[in-house]
Design a binder for this molecule. Structure first.
Ligand SMILES: *[C@@H]1O[C@H](CO)[C@@H](O)[C@H](O)[C@H]1NC(C)=O
Ligand SMILES: *[C@@H]1O[C@H](CO)[C@@H](O)[C@H](O)[C@H]1NC(C)=O
Ligand SMILES: *[C@@H]1O[C@H](CO)[C@@H](O)[C@H](O)[C@H]1NC(C)=O
Ligand SMILES: *[C@@H]1O[C@H](CO)[C@@H](O)[C@H](O)[C@H]1NC(C)=O
Length: 458
């Protein structure tokens, strides 16, 4: 029993000492850890970045007055496409920005690095509001951002956006229009994200098929805060539309006009003109596929094509009537040629009338008479009379044909005058600014009330 007690006493004291020593070692170890983390040389850039990441600064840096200011240092704008039928513009916009997040900064005597790189999704980044966009995709340009010692973060984003934009197509294909792309922060009652947009907007890639981007500039609405937009100036390269629509329409009209100089007998001219009308309707289909045809300001080209179509059909109708006049000596459909009528009435007994209707001098009538009892001299006289009559009839027909040709000539000059007048009127109309469009009606008017809020009353 005693032996055991002797054995236990030192054992108890030993355990106490071990625990004291281990506590001391633990204390010293944690002290060295603390000191190591406090020395820049022991913590490299990655370690510093991890420390910043561990802060989980995913909410916006909110100063005393809850205003976050983001400087936009450069904007690179590119038009990807413009859909003329839907009136939509797709663009790619690269935005370089800078803002200050004081919590991300560090002291020079703690870490000597001027800047570190952090993954972009571990800190707060501003979102840009595009007021008039139909669809926007925002992507970081790089997956990492640079953070400076003073807490300034430099970041770039790429926006793919499509905006609806009304462009006055009245003078198509000679079109010049402007599309706004609103780039802004946001504003609530107390807090806001303010963008300071530099005037440094560059344009890359000017030509996208039919549409060309001429210029892009930043416009700031002075009367209202947070109303900045990029004004994109677009124009159409008229070559394609001129070659495929305007030139063919003018040539078809010319061909139609010149066809008045052709003889219209035989009906071939009518076939030709109908072919022109049919080919013209094809252009109307092309136009309809390509251009918007609603709205309050339809392209003048629609009216032009309608006018051309009406003129072509009118020309076909005139040509048909003249052909009939020349062939049948009459333009009224139910009256047949007089000679054929006479043949039908042969033997109806009208021959007894002396010098009456022409029916009497018909070849058939003469035959019956010459076969009769009248003397040879009389019959000769009759023949001469008949020939004279025939001659007269022939010359009468000739004169009708001549009248038809004269009418055709009149039609030619009529159409020529109309076309010249039309061209003059068309040029005058295109010079005037008939259609006006307002593309800046997308602003949310309710934000202007917020502007007058008294912040000091908070
Ligand atoms: C910190 O690093 C410096 C060398 O840059 C060294 O002289 C100093 O002793 C270190 N401090 C601590 C507390 O370890
Ligand atoms: C908020 O504070 C910043 C400076 O910290 C100042 O520039 C800005 O004008 C202030 N905004 C308002 C609305 O007071
Ligand atoms: C933003 O721009 C203003 C004026 O140009 C400048 O004073 C400020 O330092 C800039 N802020 C940042 C974070 O770059
Ligand atoms: C605009 O930004 C580019 C870089 O994005 C720079 O080279 C150029 O000097 C800037 N121009 C102005 C006027 O600030």
């Amino acid at each position: 029993m005693w032996k055991i007690r002797i054995f236990f006493m030192p054992a108890y004291q030993g355990a106490e000492m071990v625990s004291a020593i281990s506590t001391l070692i633990l204390l010293m170890a944690s002290l060295t850890v603390v000191m190591a983390s406090g020395n820049g040389t022991d913590c490299d850039r990655r370690c510093l970045a991890n420390i910043l990441v561990d802060k989980e600064l995913l909410s916006a840096p909110q100063g005393d007055n809850c205003t976050i200011t983001v400087n936009i240092t450069a904007i690179q704008y590119q038009t990807l496409s413009f859909d003329t039928k839907a009136m939509q513009m797709n663009s790619r916009i690269k935005i370089n920005m800078q803002w200050k997040d004081p919590d991300l900064g560090w002291l020079l005597d703690k870490y000597k690095y001027p800047a570190v790189v952090l993954p972009v999704d571990t800190i707060w980044t501003p979102t840009i509001v595009l007021d008039n966009a139909l669809d926007t995709t925002m992507e970081p340009y790089t997956n990492d951002v640079q953070v400076r010692r003073d807490g300034v973060v430099e970041h770039s984003i790429i926006l793919f956006t499509s905006v609806s934009c009304q462009i006055n197509l009245f003078n198509y294909p000679y079109v010049f229009g402007e599309c706004p792309v609103a780039i802004n922060g946001w504003r609530q009652k107390f807090c806001s994200l303010k963008l300071n947009i530099a005037d440094n907007v560059s344009l890359i890639g000017g030509s996208q098929g039919e549409w060309q981007t001429m210029n892009v500039s930043k416009i700031a609405d002075k009367s209202q805060a947070n109303r900045n937009y990029l004004l994109v100036t677009l124009s159409i390269n008229p070559f394609g539309a001129f070659v495929t629509l305007i030139l063919p329409s003018a040539l078809i009209m010319l061909a139609d006009l010149m066809s008045f100089a052709l003889p219209f007998q035989g009906g071939e001219l009518n076939t030709f003109k109908v072919t022109l009308v049919l080919s013209f309707t094809m252009f109307l289909l092309i136009l309809n596929d390509h251009l918007p045809n609603g709205g309050n300001c339809s392209p003048l080209l629609y009216y032009h094509f309608s006018f051309c179509l009406v003129c072509l059909v009118l020309s076909v109708l005139i040509s048909l009537v003249l052909t009939r006049l020349a062939e049948d000596s009459s333009i009224i459909p139910c009256i047949r040629k007089k000679t054929s009528k006479a043949t039908k009435t042969h033997g109806s007994g009208k021959d007894t009338e002396p010098g009456g209707g022409q029916e009497k001098d018909n070849p058939d009538v003469i035959e019956t008479k010459s076969g009769g009892l009248i003397s040879e001299q009389a019959s000769l006289q009759k023949i001469v009379k008949f020939l004279e009559k025939l001659d007269k009839e022939e010359s009468g027909k000739d004169s009708i044909v001549a009248i038809a040709y004269r009418l055709e000539k009149c039609a030619f000059f009529f159409f020529l005058t109309i076309y010249i007048l039309y061209a003059i009127i068309l040029i005058c109309i295109t010079r005037t600014d008939i259609c006006k469009v307002n593309n800046l009606d997308f602003w949310d008017q309710s934000t202007s009330e917020v502007d007058s809020y008294d912040y000091s009353s908070e």
